[in-house]
Design a protein around this ligand. Structure first.
Ligand code: CA
Ligand code: CA
Ligand code: CA
Ligand code: CA
Length: 384
């Protein structure tokens, strides 16, 4: 492809990106209600102890360094569909292909490795900041301070193409994502166990290795960055998997040879995730998993439970109840009875109306003393 065509192609993509974001949001935007939340809050979030890398990690897509060998795998991903409440309880369905992740860190980088089982490794999206989830991909979500806002999303495909963006708040709260934001110095590589875009064989899958520079994401973490020993970040990983079909190759380019796959029209779309969400919506940050960073050697750290978990759940009880109440009555309330939360009266919740909506606060005892958590109508949780 010549340069003029590449420039045109990039402008074309930037020009229609807003439309595509709306389209892609329809894949992921099953907005939960109080009824959903009752199931979601019962799901135990996945957690992971992230150890330090004690050697330099070569970002070549191969997860074979000694540090990687010592790092534990996450559990295999679960299926966030089918779209019914019963299927979303504690035993989320298991997808037909396996996906799992490892994490490491050092003073400069947050390392992520993923292994995706895939009999037909394919992809066509070649340009940075194309909407990667419109084809098979792997996705990373980082809400470092766990406030449900300003989280980083990174998507990558088997062609090693990345879409990186900052999401200011969940789509349910009217997000305005910034995809012009790029992670400076991001290192990433893919290794294909098989053949890419060649349907004549059955592939093992692909592995992905990534190094995210701490200094490039620091402005969106609102937490120490790099994290300190024992810090916990809210993180999730996901995978989108489209049912495909093999077609006669229409073209061959320098970059994509023997391209003979396409998404099946009206085919199945798998949305698979590390931490089960209880709803087919990856932009539900209160359901992200929890990663605890540790300075200790692999296998020596202990998971320390988060003492704010129950308070956070109570604040989300209020958030979902207020959303439902607002839909019916076009206003928020400060009376827990009217929100159907009479049982929460013993929790010393301070509920007030504000200029833009409401605030609900709850104070909890943590190891370092007392912590006050406040939620607003846009689901942001502020910790004082
Ligand atoms: Ca490597
Ligand atoms: Ca955040
Ligand atoms: Ca970007
Ligand atoms: Ca192949």
């Amino acid at each position: 492809m010549n340069n003029r065509f590449i420039i045109f192609y990039r402008q074309f993509w930037l020009g229609i990106c807003v439309i595509i974001i709306i389209q892609s949001a329809t894949i992921i935007a099953q907005t939960p209600t109080t009824e959903w939340w009752k199931f979601m809050r019962e799901i135990e979030r996945e957690h992971y102890l992230c150890y330090q890398a004690d050697e330099s990690i070569e970002i070549d897509g191969k997860i074979n360094e000694l540090s990687w060998k010592q790092a534990p795998w996450t559990n295999y991903f679960v299926d966030l569909g089918p779209k019914n409440l019963e299927a979303h309880n504690k035993s989320a369905p298991v997808p037909h292909l396996k996906t799992r992740v490892k994490m490491l860190w050092d003073d400069y980088y947050f390392y992520i490795a993923a292994e995706l089982e895939e009999p037909h490794v394919w992809g066509t999206l070649l340009f940075h900041d194309q909407i990667i989830c419109l084809e098979n991909n792997f996705e990373i979500f980082i809400d470092a301070n766990g406030d449900n806002h300003n989280y980083i999303e990174i998507e990558i495909n088997a062609l090693n193409t990345v879409w990186d963006l900052v999401v200011d708040k969940p789509y349910r709260d009217k997000a305005k994502p910034d995809q012009a934001w790029n992670i400076k110095g991001l290192k990433k590589a893919v290794y294909v166990n098989g053949t890419l875009n060649n349907p004549k064989d059955i592939d093992g899958g692909w592995t992905m290795e990534m190094a995210i520079p701490w200094e490039s994401i620091a402005e969106y973490t609102d937490s120490p960055c790099p994290p300190q020993n024992g810090n916990k970040w809210r993180i999730n990983f996901a995978r989108t998997e489209f049912e495909n079909e093999i077609i006669q190759s229409k073209f061959t380019t320098k970059d994509v040879t023997n391209n003979a796959y396409q998404k099946k029209e009206n085919g199945e779309v798998g949305i698979w995730s590390w931490s089960s969400h209880g709803v087919c919506n990856l932009h539900t940050p209160e359901m992200f998993g929890v990663v605890q960073f540790t300075n200790l050697a692999a296998g020596e750290a202990e998971w320390i439970p988060d003492q704010t978990v129950e308070a956070r759940y109570i604040l989300m009880d209020i958030y979902y109840a207020q959303r439902d109440y607002y839909k019916k009555n076009d206003k928020y309330v400060i009376n827990l009875d009217e929100l159907g939360l009479t049982k929460k009266k013993s929790e010393n919740i301070i509920l007030e109306l504000t200029k833009n909506g409401y605030s609900a606060s709850i104070t909890v005892k943590v190891r370092s003393g007392l912590q006050k958590l406040t939620i607003r109508e846009d689901s942001k949780i502020i910790i004082d």
